[in-house]
Design a protein around this ligand. Sequence first.
Ligand code: CTP
Length: 402
Amino acid sequence: MLKGKHIVLGISGGIAAYKTATLLRLLVKAGAEVQVVMTPNAKEFITPVTMSALSGKPVVSEFFTANTGEWHSHVDLGLWADAMIIAPATASTIAKMANGVADNMLITTYLSAKAPVFVAPAMDLDMMRHPSTVRNLELLRSYGNHIIEPAEGELASHLVGKGRMEEPENIAKVLDSFFDCQQSLKGKKVLITAGPTYEKIDPVRFIGNYSSGKMGYAIADCAAARGADVTLVSGPVSIKPQHPSVNVISVESAKEMLQACLSHFAESDIAVMTAAVADYAPAEVLDRKIKREKDSLGTINLVKNPDIAATLGAEKRPGQLLVGFALETDHEFENAVDKLRRKNLDMIVLNSLRVPGAGFRTDTNQISICYPDGNRTDFPLKSKTEVAGDIIDAITCLCEKA
Ligand code: CTP
């Protein structure tokens, strides 16, 4: 799947740079077109002549060629790339990437890249576990970069621990399988609900919840990146999808969300219900603002909202997949599986409110995916972008089995 792909290979100044010649050779052999970008320090570890001979292209390292004044456009390179891989990524390069310190060609290209970015750290074990490196890698993950974890073993310092750059063969495999599954949802129509619903009380007040929509938007972006035709029915949120092809339908209340879903469900292959739908709505919506002194309204009468997931579950045709979410505080698995069965779902994603960093208004999430047969897969705490990837992988597996 690497054939014909445009890859920017960024090399920063660490001893593992010598392994990057092998990585470059593997990528070129697999049919990729590779443009090497080196930091000034990387040239101390491996020569640009080696890399340009192997890639068949002059290495880019400076913003312009000194004697001719020719400008090397990091913006063009960032747009040209189907993927960027930074290997080795030193502690310093990782810190610059995390904080946008654009003082060399590699970082400016990274900041301009529209394509997915892979980062293969390599450094000594103490640098690797320093809180600043840990935090910078977390930041890179939260931006949606893919971190190719370094292996454990003997390091250049002769110390033994985590910090060895992953072997070139494995890095090439990661890239290959990334492109392989990139089009895994091509031709599929995916309907996603996201965000909260607002249930009006009067013209200025509503019943709502803290949902930010981040999880649903990340799933929409991921499904679109894998080739799906995505319709995102969204409650009021302050974010936008990153992927240009996602079709957003903005709604406010649960009833509006249900109507939008019903108009798109029949043509959908997959529906993912991430919205935090208000369970109840005021029985009566006042057309004027309730006044504190004049109105002696002590209570708001509520009526049950429609259950969107259950309504779609009842309408589901063979071959359609319906995925739900559950946010639980107690008896998590029992409650999640009960919901899955009641709503006729094919899979339910459980996030526990007990886990710090999971749930509403965070950039991270920790999930378990539960299936109707009682099987389940538990995942560690990850960025919502990575979690979206895990959920889409699981959906793709179900599609293949269906
Ligand atoms: N859901 C929905 N419509 C509703 C309520 C929930 O589509 N009116 C969907 C959610 O998007 C989610 C799943 O159903 O995918 C479970 O949501 P949750 O609020 O946990 O379920 P409830 O049935 O409301 O159960 P609870 O009693 O725990 O609130």
